[in-house]
Design a protein around this ligand. Structure first.
Ligand code: GDP
Length: 426
């Protein structure tokens, strides 16, 4: 049985926690897109961890972690991450890396930083992990696939060709130091040595696992609204964040994905630039930011403060629809316990008209939130394990949102830990 855990919004919904929790029952956890540009924060019996590249199932010794072909593979980051968890007592994880994944090169990170610098005030707020230059190269067919590390002749020829092309930009657009093909070749040889023991045909491995009835989790990064096709283009990420891409980015048939668990946070947060209709500011935002997540809403990769907002039914309904949601995991609800009243964005007003359908970016920029205010529950709900034991106003909030987004909320997360979860019978 294959399940996907994906985000409905702008990322940071708590997918890491939900994946870590569901991984208890899983055999294999697969990352299928993105790279080390976003982080998952996970709190379990080993402590608190920020993962960027490893799937969130690495904390169990019964799981296999797969870096799928769709991932932007940053080999030094992967190794650093493995070391950092093993050093803290987590059993040595079993990791497989797709021979068809492509490699984030050091120049991708440089180009990312140079381009942000060039754009100045119009920058994307990139984490400078090289993701956009990486995926551009992949689709321009000048990237390095892991399998190519094993073809020395090809590497020698390709490093010259790639350096030639990159150096035009480095010299004339960015005015930065040029790339020496021999350094590139050396970099790739080092990567080969590091990664070789883990490389295999992961799609074949997964194909056999599906046939054997293994439980497989596909773990998405970021959320629907950062998808390059369906998100807030151009303020998006460079690989598809949708469950549908889980099939492509891991190499399994799309019809094998039976359950799509879309993680939706009980309020909104976003990083980077781009329209954010239900955004709040000043003291109101600070209060939520400092209480949010676990230890505040600050980026797991960058540490920068996240932008905050009220729950957005328009964006979340759209986000759930694009994922093909079968179940919503509604997270970080405990954080809202301090509020007397909780505004919820139920529509967008654009040029005097109210809509509940998420528009393309040029209209989104003009949208004003239509808010409905719900009563708060003014207490701490952490520790509660049964839905009926939640305060009435809290259930009211969940059911109001469920009705507005139109997808069943089957899990409610009321704390960062593995056991902080309420399963709701539907
Ligand atoms: P991801 O990228 O979607 O995995 O999300 P992040 O890890 O960036 O952000 C989620 C944050 O919320 C992390 O710090 C989690 O530990 C925390 N978290 C997840 N679920 C809950 C919850 O139900 N309650 C609280 N208080 N924190 C949570």
């Amino acid at each position: 049985m294959v399940k996907a855990v994906v985000g409905a919004n702008w990322g940071d919904e708590g997918k890491g926690k939900i994946t870590d929790m569901l991984a208890r029952e899983a055999n294999i956890i697969v990352r299928f897109q993105g790279g080390a540009n976003a982080g998952h924060t996970i709190i379990n019996n080993y402590g608190k961890f920020a993962l960027h590249t490893l799937p969130s199932g690495v904390f169990y010794n019964h799981t296999t972690s797969i870096i799928g072909n769709g991932v932007a593979l940053d080999i030094p980051v992967l190794f650093k991450e493995v070391r950092s968890i093993v050093d803290r007592g987590v059993p040595e994880p079993r990791i497989l890396v797709s021979d068809r994944a492509q490699i984030v090169m050091s120049y991708h990170k440089n180009f990312d930083a140079y381009e942000e610098e060039r754009l100045g005030g119009k920058s994307f707020g990139s984490t400078k992990s090289g993701i956009a230059p990486f995926y551009s190269d992949k689709y321009a067919k000048v990237g390095f696939q892991v399998s190519e590390l094993f073809d020395d002749e090809l590497l020698k020829e390709k490093t010259v060709r790639v350096a030639q092309q990159k150096n035009v930009l480095l010299e004339h657009l960015y005015h930065k130091p040029l790339i020496n093909p021999e350094d590139l070749y050396k970099e790739l040889k080092e990567y080969k040595e590091m990664i070789e023991p883990f490389v295999c045909d992961t799609s074949l491995f997964l194909y056999n696992a599906v046939k054997e009835g293994k439980n497989i989790l596909l773990e998405g990064q970021l959320g629907s609204l950062k998808d390059p096709d369906h998100g807030i283009y151009p303020m998006v990420t460079s690989s598809s964040t949708l469950a549908g891409y889980g099939a492509v980015g891991s190499g399994i048939p799309p019809y094998e994905i039976r359950q799509i668990i879309t993680v939706c946070k009980a309020y909104s947060s976003a990083v980077g630039a781009g329209a954010f209709v239900s955004e709040i500011f000043g003291e109101e935002a600070d209060k939520l930011r400092n209480r949010g997540g676990d230890g505040g809403e600050f980026g797991a990769t960058t540490g920068r403060p996240r932008r905050m907002g009220w729950f957005d039914c328009v964006a979340s309904k759209y986000g759930c629809r694009l994922q093909g949601t079968t179940d919503v995991a509604f997270t970080v609800l405990d954080v809202l316990g301090y509020l007397e009243e909780i505004p919820v964005c139920v529509g967008y007003e654009i040029d005097g008209e109210v809509t509940t359908e998420f528009p393309p970016t040029y209209l989104l920029e003009k949208a004003k939130p239509v808010l409905e205010v719900l009563p708060g529950w003014k207490c701490d709900i952490s520790g509660i394990r049964e839905y009926e034991k939640l305060p009435e106003n809290c259930r009211g909030y969940i059911e109001f949102i469920e009705e507005k987004i139109g997808y069943p909320i089957t899990m409610v997360s009321n704390g960062p830990g593995r056991d902080d979860i309420i399963y709701r019978k539907k």
